[in-house]
Design a protein around this ligand. Structure first.
Ligand SMILES: C[S@@+](CC[C@H](N)C(=O)[O-])C[C@H]1O[C@@H](n2cnc3c(N)ncnc32)[C@H](O)[C@@H]1O
Length: 212
């Protein structure tokens, strides 16, 4: 038996496959909120929720890579919903379930077809999932498919991952299917963060599915 590395952002950034994510987040789920989010002053879910609300987003909403539900905690402050969650990690979704903020919890892999009908959601949010070692831009095809025409998507993308994984080209390729694209630069961690990732940044990609 090999010794296990303890879960951490560095371990998460070095993942290579979706199954790596399932394993890492199974180990991390119980301590993610306290040992990671609170202790690192993780403000990204709040930024995504705020941006979604002030951009006029409304439900039904899907939180993509929802994890333990930190985005839903923030969306609840704006009284928008109902909110469904999807994530590849059943263990993270079990923690989310305890917060009683989501309607449906959907275990699914964003690198594959999603078990969700076309044009289901008026809003899609995502915080921290389009990042190193996680999910790349090809997942956008499925997200656009399950969004209703005119629906709003607010998706965080880590800056290094944005450049390395081809997000700019993907968004350009979707130009006939989406509208109103903006990229807003954001910090992922607040002023109380310390450590090597405290200055990590990225973008909130905000766009609508083009009307039919
Ligand atoms: C850094 S966590 C972010 C969780 C939450 N949105 C937040 O901001 O706290 C990344 C999440 O992406 C999920 N994830 C990673 N790869 C995935 C995939 N291929 N499909 C769906 N979810 C995935 C992980 O299970 C994890 O819950």
């Amino acid at each position: 038996m090999c010794p296990k590395n303890s879960p951490s952002l560095d371990a998460a950034y070095s993942l290579e496959t979706p199954q790596d994510s399932v394993r890492l987040y199974a180990d991390w789920a119980d301590t993610y909120d306290s040992n990671f989010a609170q202790s690192s002053d993780y403000i990204l879910p709040a930024q995504v929720a705020h941006h979604f609300a002030v951009s006029g987003g409304n439900g039904p909403i899907l939180d993509v890579g929802a994890g333990t539900g930190l985005c839903a905690v923030e969306l609840a402050k704006y009284n928008v919903g109902p909110i469904d969650a999807t994530d590849i990690s059943p263990d993270m979704l079990e923690i989310a379930r305890t917060k009683s903020l989501y309607h449906a919890l959907i275990v699914a892999d964003l690198t594959k077809s999603l078990p969700i009908p076309d044009a289901t959601y008026c809003g899609i949010v995502s915080s921290g999932t389009f990042t190193n070692g996680h999910v790349g831009p090809d997942a956008f095809d499925e997200l656009v498919r399950i969004t209703r025409p005119g629906g709003l998507l607010v998706l965080s993308i880590n800056a290094q991952h944005f450049a390395a994984a081809g997000f700019e080209a993907k968004l350009a390729g979707l130009s006939t299917q989406i509208s109103d694209l903006t990229l807003t630069a954001v910090r992922f961690y607040g002023p109380n963060s310390t450590g090597p990732h405290k200055d990590d940044t990225g973008f909130l990609a905000t766009f609508r599915r083009a009307p039919d």
